[in-house]
Write a protein that binds this ligand. Structure first.
Ligand SMILES: [Fe+2]
Length: 402
């Protein structure tokens, strides 16, 4: 039998410490979408995710439908409202499909919630525990920018993170999906995505530093010092960005705000189509083999940003010079193949990275994905801003938003 309870926070609150906010992993990312059944099929096919678990009418979920997609250590939950008053409807009306929650696994979701609120977070959901004879999960949530939240999840028994990583049920409310043909296909044709590298938020003009301080004060994140810091804003970029580091090697959170440029900032375009509300701009997923991943994703019809071929006239000099100066080997991947696939390359004092961005994943120019492979570099592709922004401007132009 499954029971739900809301524990009182009496004794726990007195024992919380900074350790309460030790993040173990990105538990999952939850999207609110207009039609979860169809969206699940889109992400399963185009990005090679396994449609692993479901919680809908067939499993007794009367007010929402949830689909769990997994690949490597990435877990996405796609949620659509079933009941008339479900909040996903308003989210979709105002923002289109997008990210609602970035959830972290912690030791104790009640203690994490209490500590975050004590540190200044605004509460979204009080701690709630769902348990049965096999184990339990406790969840709580705090608000971040726009309508996005961070959910804390603590797990026990059958629902432990270790079991979830091996394909165990993510929550007592879910059931395993049987006989979904694409799952076999994806196993035979892997896209190679391993885990979330970073999650980028777009916030309103003048709000970047507010959220930098918020992440420092509430969650104990640190401003990530890296190669890009000195000149993150260029005449082409028309955005400002600072990167927050969760610590524990879990994830990084760059935060962007629009900046004045020659033309409309891509961040402003996002906000214009997102009901002037901050939100998640892109999720970057790590691969160990950029060329194989992009080849397979191309084959599946993923719509990547087009990189002008002229980009490759100068990129090798720039990148390999930087690598040589810092005592690193040159880019080992086939240069011609990189050009053919339109992959972006950048280097810093620690090494290089390969990256490529999709076009928006829905009709609005809002959320997109990045496929990234790091060979030492811990930065975010600053050297690609010029080429990238020219490509983005062409897309904005086509959408009539420049
Ligand atoms: Fe990125």
């Amino acid at each position: 039998m499954t029971t739900t309870s809301t524990p009182s926070s009496t004794t726990k609150a007195q024992t919380v410490s900074d350790d309460a906010l030790r993040l173990i992993d990105v538990d999952h990312v939850r999207f609110y979408v207009g039609n979860a059944k169809q969206a699940a099929h889109f992400y399963a096919y185009t990005f090679g995710f396994k449609l692993d678990q479901i919680a809908d009418l067939t499993t007794g979920s009367r007010d929402e439908a949830n689909y769990l997609l997994t690949q490597g250590n990435i877990r996405f939950i796609l949620t659509s409202g079933l009941s008339l008053d479900h909040e996903a409807h308003d989210h979709v009306k105002r923002y289109g499909d997008g990210v609602r929650s970035i959830a972290f696994t912690v030791d104790d979701a009640e203690a994490a919630f209490n500590q975050a609120v004590k540190n200044g977070a605004e509460a979204e959901n009080e701690p709630t525990t769902i348990s049965n004879n096999d184990g339990s999960i406790t969840t709580s949530a705090i608000k971040i920018y726009g309508r996005v939240i961070h959910t804390f999840v603590s797990r026990s028994g059958k629902y432990s993170l270790e079991n979830v990583r091996k394909g165990g049920l993510i929550s007592p409310a879910f059931a395993k999906v049987e006989n979904y043909a694409l799952n076999d296909y994806n196993q035979q044709n892997p896209c190679g995505l391993k885990y979330l590298d970073h999650c980028v938020g777009n916030v309103e003009l003048g709000k970047m530093d507010y959220w930098v301080s918020w992440y420092e004060n509430v969650l104990g994140f640190k401003l990530f010092k890296h190669f890009d810091d000195d000149d993150i804003s260029t005449e082409y970029s028309a955005l400002m960005s600072k990167v927050m580091d969760s610590g524990y090697g879990v994830i990084k959170f760059p935060i962007n705000e629009p900046a004045p440029g020659k033309k409309k900032s891509q961040i402003q375009e996002y906000l214009d189509w997102h009901d002037n509300t901050a939100g998640v701009q892109h999720l970057a997923m790590r691969t160990n083999d950029e060329l194989s991943s992009v080849t397979e994703l191309n084959r599946r019809g993923v719509d990547f940003l087009y990189v002008p071929k002229e980009y490759y006239n100068e990129v090798w000099d720039r990148v390999n010079k930087m690598l040589k100066e810092n005592g690193h080997d040159a880019v080992k991947e086939d240069h011609e193949k990189i050009k053919e696939l339109g992959i972006l390359v950048d280097a810093d004092d620690e090494g290089y990275l390969l990256q490529l961005f999709t076009k928006p994943l829905q009709d609005r120019p809002t959320l997109f994905f990045e496929i990234i492979c790091r060979r030492g570099s811990q930065s975010f592709g600053k050297g690609n801003f010029k080429a990238l922004f020219e490509s983005l401007e062409q897309e904005q132009e086509r959408r009539g938003n420049l």
